[in-house]
Each structure stands twice: as C-alpha cells, then as structure tokens.
Design a protein around this ligand. Sequence first.
Ligand code: ZN
Ligand code: ZN
Length: 381
Amino acid sequence: MTKAPVNWTNMSLFSLTPAFAITLVPWYGFFYGYDLFEWVVFALLMAFCGMSITAGYHRLWSHKAFKAHPALRLLFAIGGACALQNSVLLWASDHRNHHRFVDDNERDPYSAKRGFWFSHIGWILRDYDSAQTGFANVRDLQKDPIVRWQHDHYLSLSLFMNIGLPALIGYFHGDLIAGLLLSGLLRLVLSQHLTYLINSAAHKWGRQPYSDENTARDNPILALLTYGEGYHNYHHAFQWDYRNGIRWWHYDPTKWMIQICAWIGLTRELKRCTPLEIERARIELQYKSAAEKCELLNISEKWRATLEQEYEEIVNTLQLWSEHRQAWYEAKGRQIQQTLSQWDQLQIRDRYREIQFKLKMRRRRWQELLRNLADPLPASA
Ligand SMILES: [Zn+2]
Ligand SMILES: [Zn+2]
C-alpha cells in the first residue's frame, strides 16, 4: 500500500519546533536565565491557548454544548490561532468526524485504531484521505461571523499570536529572546502535544465506565494536563454535555470557567445530561460485562437470574427516583410562586427522600453482587 503524501509544511513545523524547544530553551535558560515574570506570561498564555481549544474549539463550536457572548467567542478564536491547531472550521470539522466515525480507520481523521503515533500527530504529518473532510458538517459554524473572520485571517493571526505578541511582551520586559523562547516556542510545543494526548492517550489508557463501544477512556491524570478533557469516555458517551468531569472532585477547569462565565452573562444555555441518563449508562455497562463474565465462567443459572432481577430492579428504582426528583424540583418552584401548600410540598419531599434511600440500598446490593462476581468462587457456588 502506498503511503499518503507528506505534508511538508506540517512535517517541518512539527519537527523543527520541538527540536528547537528542547535545545534552545534550556540552552538560553542556562546562560541567561528566565525570570518570574517570563514564567508567569508563559503560564498565562498556556492557559489561554489551552482553554480556547477546550472551551471554544471543542465544547462550544464542535459540540454546541453552550452559547457564548461574541466577546468570549472572539477571545477563543484568537487563543485558538495562538495554539496553532488550525482554524475553528477545520478543527471542528475533523472533530465532528472523529465523534461520528470514531475508531473507523477510513473516516475518523485521528482513529486510535491506527496506533498511538498516528492518532497523536501522525495524522497531521501526511495528507491522509481520512482527513479530507470539506466543510459539509460545519455549515452551522460558517454562519458565525467570528468563525469566518478567524478562518480568513488565520495565518496573520497565528503569526502575530505566536511570534509578534511574545516578542512584544519580551521586548517591553527587557528580553525579547526569552519572551520568544518561553511564551512563543515552548508554550506552542507544549500546548499542542498536551491537546494531542486526548486523541492518543485518552483513547488508550484509562477506565470505560459509560461505554465500551469505542476506545475512549476516562483518565484523571490526563485531565490534569488538559484543563479537564481527560474524562474522555464520558465525553464520547455524552458529547453535548458542557462538562467532561461530572463529579465535584473531578478536575475540569474548562467546566468551571464556562460556569463562572454563565454567572456573569458571558455564556448561557449550558447543556448537561440528566443523572438518570448517566447512571443508566453506567449500570447498563456493568450489567453487560457481568453477564458476559457469567457466560465465560459458566456461572449457575440461578445466579444469572439474580443478576437479571437485580438489574431490572435497580433500573426501575432509578427511573422512579428520577421522576420523584423532578416532582420535588417542580414543587420547590411552585412553593416559591406560592401555588403549592406547605403540606403538599412536604409530602412530595418525603416521598422523594424515601425513593432516594431505596435507590441507595439498591445500589449497595448491586455493588455487592458485582463484587461477588469478581470473586467467582462464592458466586458460582
Ligand atoms: Zn476522542
Ligand atoms: Zn469531542
């Protein structure tokens, strides 16, 4: 099979920038040093680029997980050009294909099934057919004047952000070269490779709590490096949710930033999946793998029937819990509007708490059952 033709612009850029970064940056640091201000500008520009990609390119434009004020969209467009990951239009088109055809080697532009290197950066270095997408899947984004403006001025914008701005800051601070090396070169190489880890490492290492139908994985360590994008199994299962890390202890600064922007009116219509959908996906997957294990270990029919029954019970209780939760929220609203008596509200609340407790017990039994299965001796007895 003949290899796809090399894209020499990308090949040179992605070979030379890391080569210069790992030689020139330490060399200059050793002989001349970098001061605190230069490191702070480096960190701020890293965050600006990184979050313009995660919040802007990814969650806003590719997935339409929320709506943003034009001022914020403009910032994301400028930060995305600084990250040098193509225009919004090209990035979102590739990314929508990645979700739609995930792991399909012919149609997913960075299919993880073609190997770590390919999904990380290999797909950019050659002109593969799988990346020739056109704009058919981003017609909606072409209506956004900021997206069109960024696409038309991408080259000059990215040159200014990657060379002009770091040089200017460096010049006014008194060391032009240090500015260019830290905030320009090192920041560019690091921010690119950290983003690319989501296409490579987050499709290879980690847990799959929500779906095993594709290679995407939840990996909290990657979340630390990518402003929260490491919960990639969740993201592929619920791609239009503005959150990637859904628990309060999940490190997802992109989610926090979108949320804070909502409080000050810069973002709105934040989409999130319901706890029912999320929990059901998790339990379905647990049931599926438990049933497969029963088959494999030839576990007794009686035990399998228990698994089946507990699964149905927990799904039904979950459904009931969701309905009562909804009723409780509605009751709280009506209480505020004074269209519901205190007595009725208390009844709805107590019923909801009852179901909540029932669900807690069901969950315990379900976990116990799964634990038993992990230890096949008592389970198969
Ligand atoms: Zn992915
Ligand atoms: Zn995505």
